[in-house]
Structures are given as C-alpha cells and as structure tokens.
Design a protein around this ligand. Structure first.
Ligand SMILES: [Zn+2]
Ligand SMILES: [Zn+2]
Length: 610
C-alpha cells in the first residue's frame, strides 16, 4: 500500500509521512512520557501506534488536531541524517524508545542494514526512511482529521504489547477531506447491520451459528416481496418453479466436477448408515455421505434428467429461490453481506446452441427490468472469460479450447443484441463456462458483484443430460445459470444501504401506520387499518400512550413510508392526514382517495405514491 501510493502520488505520500511525524510530536506533547511504535501512510491517510502515558479518547481529537496545526505553523525543517549501525543504536538509546530500539536491532542484526536514517523536525526525532516534505509549511493545515482510535499489537503479534493506534485521514485539499468525511458519515448512517437492528430486519445469534442470519418479521417481508417480484417476472418469461432439498450425496458433486476443488467452501460431510438388502436377501449396512448443498445446479440437472427430453421442450427453464450453504472464512463474515447460509434467486435454462443467444438476451433484459423497478442505475457488466495462457488452466477450466471460444462468442453476440456496455476480464470464468457478472457500486462506494449470468457447456455431459433432436439423435443441452437478484442475504444488505432503510411503499415491512390524535380516535384508526389490510396493505395502528409527537417520531425512526394522523375532523369526514417519510408537507384527503393511491403504488411497485 505504501509503495503504491509513493509511486502513484509521491506528493501525497510525502505529506502523509510528514504529518505522521507531526502527529507523533503532538501526541508526545499532550501525553508526555508516551512511547512510539510504527506510523505508516495508508490508503486514506496514515496511522501511528503509541504506548500512551494516559489513554486518549475521541474527546481529545480536537486538541491533538490543534496541536498539529500549531506545529505546522512553526515552519519546522525536516532534516535527514544517516548513521552507521553502532552510531544508530547509540542514537536510539538516547531517544529512549524501546520499540524503536527493538526494530532498529532487527534491521541491523537480523537484516544486516549497514546504516539507519533519522529525520528531525523541530524537537521531534524519528527513525524513518522518508521521504518527507522540506518544511512543515508545505503541509495542508485543514486537510487532515483524526478519525478513530483502536487497539493494535506491536508488530501485529498478539503476544506483544497492546498499543493505541490513532487513524488520521489526510489529503492534499480540504475538499477531498470533506468528501471523505461525508462519505464516511453516510456509510455509518446506512450501514446495513446498524439499520438491520434499528428496523428489526435480521439478527445473527451465535447459538445458531456464525454467518447464519435469522430473518425477523420485518426482514422477511422485504425478502418475500423480492421473491414475489422475481416469481412474477419469471412466470411471464416462461419459467417453471421447482423445490429441492438442502442436502445431496457427496458423489453427485464429484460427478459435476465441483469436488474436489470446491471442498474448502463446503461444510464437512455427514455420514449415515443405510440398511440395504442384497439380491440374496441379506441385510447389510452401507455408509452414505451427504453434503449441505453449496449450489442448486445439480439438483435441477437431475430434474431435467428425470425423464426423456425432446428438443420440443427446450428451452426448459427451472427456477427456485434455493437455500445453499458455503463455509466462508469466519473472519470474512459480516451481517447479511458475507454469510454461510444464503437463499439464491436461482434458475437453470436448458437449451440448444441455437437458443443460447435469445435466452441470454432475455435474461439480461430481466436484469434490466428488475434494476429499473428497484431504481438501481449505478452498475456495470463484466464478461469473465477463460484464460488460455493460465499455467493452471487445465485444473481451473474444462479443457476444451474450441468450446470456450464458441460459447464466449455466443455471449458477445447476445450482449451486442442487448446494447448493454460491458468489459471483458480474462481468467475470471466459472470452470464450466464464461459468464456475465453485474457489478454494483453501493452508496458507500463499495463495489459488489450482485448477480451473475453464466453459460455452461460442460456439466450437462458429465451428468448425462440429453435431449432428442429432430433427427432422433441425442445431444447435450447447454445450461444458462442465472441469478439476477443474487442471494437474498447479499441483495437485501445492498438494498438496505441503497434506500438507507427507507424502502419504497411496495417493499416496506410496514407500509402504513395510523396514529390517532387521542384515545377517542382509536376506533376510527382501527377501522382504517382493517380496511387497508383487507386490500393486503401492511397497515397497523399505534395505540400506545405516548404523546402524539413521540408516536410520529417513532414511526420516522422505523422509516415507515406513510403515516396517517387521524383526529376529530378526519373521523368526521372519513378523511386522513398523510405524512410521508422524508417529506415536509402533510396533506389531508378522503380515505378512499388515499387507499386507491396506496394500492396503485403497491401494485405497480412505484418508487413513491403518485
Ligand atoms: Zn517518516
Ligand atoms: Zn447453477
């Protein structure tokens, strides 16, 4: 990271390196008697590790920043001095920095460095390779900010002393810093784990297991609405729905070619004893091994294989929101975004080679349509191809160069038909064929692969999937594996952050909350709720004894899109006063009118009420 920054932007690198010395000097001033660890530049600034004489908390950040500015204004010169081994160690002894001393000994004794370099600016001396600015006056005074404080072990080893790490954002200009701070605040406010808790969407309980989220009633609604949307689009596009178990015999995955390579990503296998009768009537016990399924494909393939298939049945499209399990590294698990149990918007399309183009185009059109409905526009497409020059190519990919070239050409044709721009990336294909990955940029700037569309020319033959051609011969179909909404887990995490938890009415867990002004209006509120629920609107009344304002605020905390306030006048006129989430003005209208608007917005999955 350091070197890349030095190469890409030497000026910024020098600024960050120099500011690290300024920070250390400032910390020694506000916490005299502290000692120093390392202080390197990082992606968005730098950090410095300390053993502090007295703890530092967020309340101290302003004082540290002020002290840093004060130091910068002193126009301190940075001067370098190179000292041969023994002199360097003597200098370190004078500094009285035990951690610097340990590191210096390593450099000289173990790595055999003939000399060490020191930098001095003002009263501060540090052992450092540089480079730095000439004078602190070159450092921007308002483009850095102490970001956070954290614990970190000396040299990253948990057997060592725990130090205090101060992270600092540092840029060349105040504008860049402000943009960074704003993006960070937005990311914090929209963090799906924070909102998941606040809106009661999901939890992860260690008694169930890491990476195995529990969907709460509110989260389940979001998931169910997405499922309903896809079921409708898939129905219109001629898909058939199926359901398959969460387990399968291990041997199946050897036949598809997923094993042994995929073993590290699967839960350990289960072994059971199955009683079996031999031809002579003897009863023996046979061991059978089962695996939690990491993908749905083999199950669907066996449905295809369950009887003779004719070319007249193709394309055959089998769809399922299928639960799969993948043993992700525990360190990588995070909320809904990185999980071990996930439910996939899966389907497999079995088709002839001639049908690939139209089917692939139809899948891409479905992607486009669902992203339009959800108001997602910041995405890009990537064609992942095989890499014929990869030395490990024979292990990584099905060994059939001609088939690779042909199927990639089919996808390029299809993508040309859609008019969607895409880039090509070599070496990212699935082992059985090329694919289109859809990359999303989240509001917090993170890049995510949200969905894929893959062409498989290899696995059907391995599982003896065949269809009868018009000439009465047998052929292997091609398979398109597609999942426009990826998994519920990852996609809902993405949507929570995209909407900041304020879902459009059709997707919102609670679509309407009715708030009676006083207890006397509770019966009217309950009557409205009953009428709305009859039309399948997710409505509820807040009959708690809080003040009116508090109840309105509570609805806002839950980001409920439509709040109906009803009092004397509303009850008398069969009317409601509508307050929409994030909208200042409120308006009073006949209840019948509101109900029609709500039902229309829900039926058309509109982003807002019209
Ligand atoms: Zn330095
Ligand atoms: Zn698949």
């Amino acid at each position: 990271m350091d070197d890349a920054t030095l190469e890409q932007d030497p000026e910024l690198y020098r600024i960050r390196h120099s500011l690290a010395h300024v920070l250390a000097q400032a910390v020694l001033k506000v916490r005299p008697g502290s000692t120093l660890g390392f202080g390197p530049p990082i992606e968005d600034g730098f950090y410095y590790d300390f053993v502090l004489s007295k703890p530092i908390s967020e309340e101290d950040f302003t004082e540290i920043e002020k002290t840093m500015r004060h130091i910068i204004k002193q126009n301190q010169e940075f001067s370098r001095e190179d000292l041969p081994g023994p002199d360097a160690l003597a200098r370190i002894e004078e500094m009285g920095e035990p951690y610097k001393r340990e590191y210096a000994r390593d450099l000289i004794d173990k790595r055999g460095l003939p000399s060490l370099s020191f930098y001095r600016n003002g009263p501060f001396l540090d052992m450092c390779e540089g480079p730095h600015v000439q004078n602190t006056r070159e450092l921007p005074q308002h483009a850095f900010k102490v970001r956070s404080v954290a614990g970190a072990y000396w040299r990253g080893d948990s057997k060592n002393q725990m130090m205090t790490r101060l992270y600092v954002w540092a840029f060349k200009t105040k504008e860049e810093l402000d943009a960074k701070v704003k993006a960070h605040e937005l990311a914090l406010a929209r963090d799906h784990k924070k909102l998941g808790k606040q809106l009661e969407l999901f939890i992860v309980d260690d008694d169930i297991g890491k990476g195995l989220p529990l969907w709460l009633p509110n989260g389940f609604v979001v998931r169910k609405e997405l499922e309903k949307l896809m079921e409708e689009l898939e129905f219109q596009a001629g898909y058939d729905r199926v359901a398959t178990p969460h387990l399968a015999k291990v041997d199946l995955y050897y036949r598809t070619g997923h094993l042994p390579y995929y073993a590290a990503h699967m839960y350990p296998f289960m072994e059971i004893l199955e009683r079996r009768e031999t031809d002579s009537g003897e009863v023996t016990e046979v061991k059978e091994r089962y695996a939690l399924k990491p993908m749905n494909c083999p199950h669907h393939h066996l449905i295809f294989r369950s009887r003779k298939r004719s070319y007249r049945e193709l394309p055959l499209r089998l769809a399922e929101y299928g639960q799969v399990y993948r043993l992700e590294d525990s360190g990588a698990l995070s909320g809904l975004l990185r999980v071990r149990g996930m439910c996939m918007n899966d389907a497999h399309i079995y088709c002839t080679e001639e049908q690939i183009r139209q089917e692939f185009v139809a899948v891409m059109e479905m992607h486009r349509e669902v992203y339009r409905i959800l108001g997602l526009s910041d995405y890009s497409m990537r064609l992942s191809t095989w890499d014929p020059d990869d030395p490990k190519g024979k292990e990584k990919y099905v060994d059939n160069p001609a088939a690779w070239e042909r199927s990639q050409e089919r996808i390029r044709e299809a993508m040309r038909d859609t008019g969607m721009p895409y880039s090509e990336v070599k070496g990212e294909a699935a082992f059985y064929g090329p694919k289109i990955d859809v990359q999303f940029r989240s509001v917090t700037g993170r890049e995510e692969t949200a969905s894929t569309n893959q062409l498989d020319f290899a696995v059907p033959a391995r599982l003896d999937l065949v269809y009868t051609t018009p000439e009465n011969t047998e052929k292997n179909p091609f398979v398109i594996h597609r999942a426009p909404l990826g998994t519920h887990e990852r996609f809902v995490a993405f949507l929570i952050e995209h909407f900041g938890g304020a879902f459009p009415t059709w997707l919102a867990p609670i679509q309407v909350r009715v708030v009676p002004v006083a207890e006397a209006h509770a019966p009217y509120a309950e009557k409205l709720v009953a009428a709305l629920r009859k039309g399948f609107v997710r409505a509820e009344a807040d009959l708690s004894h809080e003040t009116l304002n508090k109840r309105i605020r509570n609805a806002a905390t839950l980001k409920i899109p439509n709040v109906l306030v009803v009092g004397e006048r509303e009850a008398a006129d069969e009317a409601v006063t509508l307050r929409r989430y994030g909208v200042q003005e409120q308006s009073t209208m006949p209840f019948a009118e509101l109900r029609a608007r709500l039902e229309r917005a829900i039926a058309t999955r509109a982003p807002t009420l019209d």
